[in-house]
Design a protein around this ligand. Sequence first.
Ligand SMILES: Nc1ncnc2c1ncn2[C@@H]1O[C@H](COP(=O)(O)OP(=O)(O)OP(=O)(O)O)[C@@H](O)[C@H]1O
Length: 373
Amino acid sequence: MILSELHLHHFRNYEDQTVHFAPGVNVLIGHNAQGKTNMLEAIYALSLTRSHRTNNDRELINWQEKSASISGVVQKASGRVPLELQFTKEGKRAKVNHLEQARLAQYIGQLNAILFAPEDLSLVKGAPAVRRRFMDMEFSQMSSKYLYNASQYRSLLRQRNKYLKQLKYGQQHDRVLLDVLSDQLAAYGAELVVARFHFLQQLEKWAADLHYQISLNAEKLRLVYATQLKVTAETTVDDAYQQLLTIFKENKAREIDQGSTMFGPQRDDIRFLVNGKNVQSFGSQGQQRTTALAVKLAEIDLMKEQTGEYPLLLLDDVLSELDTVRQTHLLTAIQDKVQTFLTTTSLSDVARQLINEPTIFNIKNGTLIKEEE
Ligand SMILES: Nc1ncnc2c1ncn2[C@@H]1O[C@H](COP(=O)(O)OP(=O)(O)OP(=O)(O)O)[C@@H](O)[C@H]1O
């Protein structure tokens, strides 16, 4: 898919900006704090209705203003889709084809984007919550069923945790209601666990190939899904549901004592093994970087397989973080395949040579101007 035009109104430091993007590689060049990341953030938000760097939508609205909007036109095999998001201090609204969507979940999936930024190294190095968020954000874009199950799970988990706390402090006594909540949580949790297992298996296939190439055929990458359940390729959603139910039953007293849910996909993790060793604890900085890059690039293919369309690729200031071998791999893997948005303070000669006909935009103080060839 291609984002052919984008319009920003009072979004961060953009007052009123319309851009027509090229289908290939769009390079956004500017000094620090001019609005490069803000532009990628706008594209990412147009895809997922939320920013990649804040949970507070109000931060997206220009400081002097009360509301902001992002709109754009996506070109897909199925046709042209206008998208629009409006942010006010009260909340946000999303439109597809000029029609307001009653639920944001109906909007997500229209535009798919994968973002790769220096902080993505934390995918490997960071806390497990980073990897769970990665799974939820990426798999939700590929599958509306996943998105639905994840959001139901989150809201039931909040309810169950609240109820466990009330039982703990004697504000509630009815354990039958806890069983009802456990049953519902197990049903959605089982869907998530099985889906995560399968998505990660597919992701591993591409990521391992890419990692092998980038490491010049020296390293084999494996992605291991770490979950409290016993899951294999044969595990059905019903098996996983029964396992979770049993765990909840056996640990009822412990969970009440803790006042929170101790089991389920909110405790999951991903382990990245390079030549059999956990790269999080034993990998060099370079191996961790290669792993993060391979996983992100693998997502492009996984998304194509799941949705039939290549996503957009947003690369925030990553070239300077990669050595020449990794830059070459990255740029050759995406050329002529994926519409790419790449920010940089200056484009190195290496990158300039590797990119096939880049379209260059200069960004200065919240204004973006296309460089004429
Ligand atoms: N809500 C907002 N309203 C107005 N300006 C904002 C808002 N949020 C951020 N800014 C401004 O946007 C600028 C930062 O832009 P951005 O994060 O895109 O930088 P960048 O060009 O990617 O720079 P770097 O290379 O340093 O990452 C800063 O000048 C900041 O003050």
